[in-house]
Structure formats: C-alpha cells, structure tokens
Design a protein around this ligand. Structure first.
Ligand code: PRX
Length: 654
C-alpha cells in the first residue's frame, strides 16, 4: 500500500492478526451484536458473570425503572481493586503489571505481586493515618508516576471515591473541584520532571486550600526532591508514612453500584461537572473493550500515552489493562523530548504491541519527526489506536504507513468521559477500516445517529446526533450533586419512539456502507488537543479580567491542536492599552490562573461589540465563520446591530 488517496479507501484487517483475534471477522461481530439486540440483559449478564470475580453474585442485570438513573448488577458485590490485582496473583504474580519510564529515562517494573503490596500499604495509610472511609472523596493531583495508579487503586480498595484533577489545571480549577466534591484528602507530589527540568505541583495544592476548605490532610509523594512548604498537621510525607504500613489490606466489599470515581469534565454551560462512574458496570466494560478493541494477549505490552488526569488514563492506562491482567506502560515525559523519536525508541525497547495516543500527538510527532519511526524497530506493533478528537487523513496516513508499517490496524476509538469506555470503534481483527472513521458501534452498544427533529435514524450522508438508545453498563451514573443537570445535559435533546435517549453532544454521519464518522461537537464545547473545553468556562475566566466588558469564545481550526481557542473581547475602556499584545498577555494570565495553560487563547480580537440577536443572544456561528476567515452567508438582518459583523470581520481579517 503506497498511497492513501481518499477517505473512502478501505483497509482490510491483517489476515495473520485476524486468525488469533478475539473477534475475527464481521460475521462474528454481527453475531455478537445480534445476540445483544435479541437478549440485551442476557448478553450483559453472561459477560458480567464470565469476566468479573464476584464476592456475591448479582440478582438483577439492569434496572431502568428510574431511567435515566439506571442500575446494573444489583445484589452483586465485588471490589474493583481486587478485580485489577488480587485475582491475578495465582497466575500472574511475577508478571509486569506496570512498566514505568520517567522523563529522564529512569525505569521501574512493578509486578502484580508488588502492585498488590504497594496498593495495600497505600490503602492502609489512607485508612489508618487519615481515617478515609468508604464513600469519602479523595482528590488526586499527581504527575504520571506509579504512585498515581497506587493512589487510585488504594481508594478503590477501601471504597473511597477518587477524583483526579489533571496536573495542568491551576489552583483555582483545583479548588473548585475539591470543594464541589467536598474532598477530605488530597494526594499530590512535590512535583515531577518535564523535559529534564523539575516542575512543581505541591504549591498549586497549597494555593487551592484555604481556611474554609473541606481538605483535612494532604499526602505528598516525593518525586523531584525540590523543596516544598509544609503545613503542620495537614501535610504528610508519603515516603515516610508508607514505611510503617502493613502490606495486607482487606478489600472493602462494595455493591455493584457503589461509586468508584468522579472525573470533572467541561459542558456547554456552567462550571465543570463531576461525572460519576460506579463499580461493576465500569470495570466490566473497561476490561471488555481492552480485550476487544486492543486485542491484548497474555505476553503483550500495551502503551497508552494519555495522562491519568483524563478518562483515557483512567480506563486505558489503569483500570482496563489491569482488570484483564495486562502489562501497561506509564510514561511521565513528553513524546517529543529529547526528540520526536522518543515514543518509537520506547516501542523498540519495550517491544510494545499496542500503542494508543491522540491525533494531536500524532500530528506533532509527524511534523517534528517525520522520519523518526524509520530509525527504530517497530515490528512488535500490532494495533495502533487514536482517541479524543477527529484524526485528519494526512496524520492517519503517516501513522498507518510510517509507524504501523502498513500492517497494523488503526482503531479510531470514539467515546467520552461519560461513556466510561469506547462505544464506537473498529475491531482490529474484524473491521475493514476507513481512514479517520470510527466505523461501527461495539457489540452491546446501541449507538445510533439520530435525526434530532424526528428521532429517526439519520439518512446516509445527512448527518445527525450521535446517541445511545439503551443504557449500557459503563454509562455515567450522575453528575455529582446535581441530578437535574445530569438529566438535562444528556437526556433532554433527542427522543426515539417518544423516549429520551443518551445524547453525546457530538454530530456524526453515516456513509453508504453504514460507517460512522464523528463530525464534532454540536454544542459550545471546543476540543483543544483532544481536551474538552467549555466556551462558557473560558468566557467566565476572561470576564474576571477587570477591563473586560463582554467576551465570546469560539473554536478555530488549528494545524496541530485540532482546534484552538479564539476569543472576541469587548473592553470596558481601551484608554490604558499600550498595545493589544500586552492586553492579550494579561487576559491569558487570567486564564492561566483560573483554569490552566490548556485553556490559553491562540487569538484574541478586541472588538467594539458582539453580534447579538435582539433578545441578547450572542451569535457564535457568525463568530466562528469570521474566525475561520469565511464569508458570512448567514442572515444577519435580525441582529440588534447588523453592521457590527462587517466591523469585526474587517478587524479580524486585516
Ligand atoms: O467530541 C468527542 C471527542 O472527544 C469528546 C469527549 O471528550 P472527553 O470526555 O474529554 O474524552 C476524551 C477521551 C475519550 C467527544 O464528545 N472525541 C473522542 N473520541 C473521538 C472524538 N472525536 C472524534 N473521533 C474520536 N475518535
């Protein structure tokens, strides 16, 4: 295969690979999907019995009487940490559970037995020193080091609910999340290393905790050894306390529907929402998708480059791989440091079999190191994955040919924080793939593109809303502390046969072969480097700048990041502005403080006003078109001041 000309081209699975794949062809796929359609509860009940080790068996598969509040596997008792560790001790105790590589090249291999002891000690520390009990919330603000995984599993072991906050978020963002969840403990590190230099996390935690904070204790893991301040009676050293903990800790017996974790994510309105996932349904689907989508075998080494601060890190670095007893790689560093050959060097060294990353990373690696893959032996690779944002055909082509040697399946996995695991994705041994196409719903997932007006299945080529029409085990269980927002956010927009269905917020389109391509968000959420960012959230941050009167934020296509952030700002007074660049910097400083570097604006236009309807609604569509440099074709006659459009367009495009 030399040239990938069009998006329509089809790539059949590698025949050798298919022979031993868990799902070998589309007939097998269809048979599974038919079985789920025919007997939905039977399908899930059988897998739940087969895949999970129950302390007590469940008595009911699914209870949707209070839809959209759905319960799975009621009566069943289990412990997610035990699913991920204890049950492997008979057959895999000396197998590598986690392979860690630090930014500076330091390495650690943690076997399942070592993981068991490390997690038990961590769990005992939380229980005995900090009095953490079942149901308590624990915030984890950590770099990508093994202790982050121990912390998650330690919480799961004692029934505490973890809420990981990505290390790139600012103290304000961390504070909001700590307070919303009323967390009593924060687990952090002094800092870590990035590009061979130390950076700090503990000072961010210090700034996030004030006198009214619910936080009682802060546990600090030593990673970079830099000096940090200690608050007596609040801050404790993990490295000291862990020494005296027992390496045996009984796993808490949890109900199938006991919460496992919260993970805050952006919505189209308001502040970030604490997406809640519960125990049994989540871990079941995490394991099943690991097996089906990555087809990881007993001796394989699997590497997902995400950060544990995002859902991909939860499901596909920690919970999924460990639940199935796989070897998972954790990497602290940056893929382009010391050069853009770093990931390929690691693939060669660890003989990675499945590699899973985001299109932004692929674009950066392509741009900065097009010829780097050829310098390494990448023959161990079998499956390549992408996640988080649409991948463009040129990036796909390079990934397929230069990284995968034109022999690996690329699984373009579509899912969200709320879905817990993949919902639409190719199966590497079965699905003939089309570049940049998520293909078909996974077996058991009733995902459909619906016409929002009629609730009917969208016609080929017409586009519609990506929905899931039946509850599935790893579905979001709620938004922490806000039932109404949960119902409104996901079940308010689309009805099928008169019944509300789960709407992802994404648009999608069927092609003539029934393949699903995700076309992007339909709401005011932008996707920056695969990270979800609510425009309302960025606007709220910018409004904190004392000289900002009004602001509207939109996404603008960006070569590397997929989408960049474009802000239109109306200043209260432009008297004091020496130059716009300076003003832009001060606005970005506010964003940095309120949210973090991930939300910095690429462009800020200082404009005299915003295009609004007579009722005061900002017409973002127009602003999006202007940001892209498109001609305005929309009807602007209904605007309060139609002339503003021309003024803004002239300012932006000159
Ligand atoms: O817009 C979709 C996009 O990422 C959103 C979910 O973001 P988040 O909850 O942060 O989870 C990211 C990792 C799962 C979706 O609503 N998205 C995710 N995967 C894809 C995608 N867009 C296109 N193609 C994908 N494969």
């Amino acid at each position: 295969m030399s040239e990938i000309q069009t998006k329509k081209q089809i790539f059949k699975p590698n025949k050798e690979f298919s022979k031993s794949a868990r799902i070998k062809n589309m007939c097998e796929y269809q048979a599974l999907q038919d079985a789920a359609i025919e007997n939905y509860e039977g399908f899930w009940g059988d897998y739940a019995k087969e895949k999970l080790d129950w302390i007590e068996p469940f008595t009911n598969v699914m209870d949707e009487r209070k839809f959209p509040f759905v319960r799975w596997f009621d009566g069943g008792k289990l412990n997610v940490a035990a699913q991920c560790i204890d049950r492997h001790l008979n057959s895999r105790k000396n197998k590598a559970a986690i392979i860690f590589e630090g930014d500076r090249g330091d390495k650690q291999i943690i076997t399942y037995l070592e993981l068991y002891y490390n997690v038990n000690k961590f769990a005992n520390l939380l229980k005995n020193e900090f009095d953490v009990k079942k149901g308590d919330r624990v915030v984890i603000y950590m770099p990508m080091i093994p202790e982050a995984a121990y912390a998650m599993l330690a919480c799961a072991r004692i029934g505490a609910i973890h809420s990981i906050v990505f290390g790139g978020f600012s103290s304000e963002a961390l504070k909001d999340r700590i307070e919303d969840a009323a967390a009593k403990v924060v687990i952090t590190a002094d800092g870590a290393f990035r590009k061979d230099k130390p950076y700090m996390l503990k000072p961010v935690v210090d700034a996030a905790i004030d006198a009214n904070s619910p936080v009682e204790k802060v546990l600090v893991v030593q990673r970079n050894g830099e000096d940090v301040e200690w608050v007596a009676g609040r801050d404790y050293s993990y490295n000291e306390l862990i020494k005296s903990q027992s390496s045996i800790c009984e796993a808490e017996v949890m109900d199938a529907e006991d919460p496992l974790f919260l993970l805050y994510t952006s919505g189209s309105t308001g502040k970030p929402k604490g997406v809640q996932h519960n125990s049994a349904g989540y871990i079941l689907w995490a394991q099943m998708t690991m097996e089906w989508v990555f087809d990881v075998k007993e001796n394989d080494t699997y590497w997902c480059t995400a950060d544990v601060g995002w859902i991909t890190g939860h499901t596909y670095i920690v919970y999924g791989p460990l639940a199935m007893g796989a070897t998972t790689v954790m990497f602290e560093g940056v893929p382009t440091y010391p050069d853009a050959g770093r990931p390929w060097k690691m693939v060669e060294e660890y003989k990675i079999n499945q590699f899973y990353t985001a299109p932004t990373a692929i674009r950066v690696l392509h741009k900065m190191g097009e010829d780097e893959p050829a310098k390494y032996d990448l023959s161990s690779l079998k499956v390549l994955g992408t996640v988080g944002e649409p991948i463009d055909p040129p990036a796909w082509k390079w990934y397929y040919e230069s990284v995968g040697g034109s022999k690996c399946a690329i699984v373009d996995t579509y899912w969200q924080t709320e879905t817990g695991g993949h919902i639409v994705s190719p199966l590497p041994g079965a699905t003939p793939i089309k570049p940049a196409c998520a293909t078909f719903p996974l077996p058991g997932i009733m995902a459909e593109i619906l016409d929002p007006a009629t609730g009917e299945k969208a016609e080929v080529g017409e586009g519609g809303y990506m929905c899931v029409t039946r509850p599935w085990p790893s579905m979001i269980r709620g938004i922490w502390g806000d039932e109404e927002r949960f119902v409104k956010s996901y079940f308010g927009d689309v009805k099928k046969d008169g019944k509300a269905v789960y709407f992802t917020g994404d648009g999608a389109i069927y092609d003539e072969d029934g393949y699903i391509t995700i076309t992007g968000r339909t709401d005011d959420v932008i996707n920056v480097s695969g990270h979800r960012m609510g425009t309302a959230e960025v606007e709220a941050a910018i409004k904190k700048h004392p000289n900002v009167a009004e602001v509207a934020v939109v996404g603008k296509p960006h070569d590397i990041k997929g989408e960049g952030i474009f802000a239109y700002v109306v200043l209260k007074s432009d008297d004091g502005i020496a130059d716009e660049l300076e003003e832009m910097k001060t606005i970005n400083k506010v964003i940095q403080k309120e949210i973090g570097n991930i939300a910095l604006c690429d462009d800020i236009a200082f404009v005299p006003g915003l295009p609004k309807t007579r009722s005061g609604k900002i017409m973002r569509r127009i602003l999006r078109s202007i940001a892209k440099g498109e001609k305005i074709t929309q009807d602007i006659s209904t605007l309060e001041d139609p002339s503003i459009v021309e003024k803004i367009a002239t300012m932006v495009n000159n």
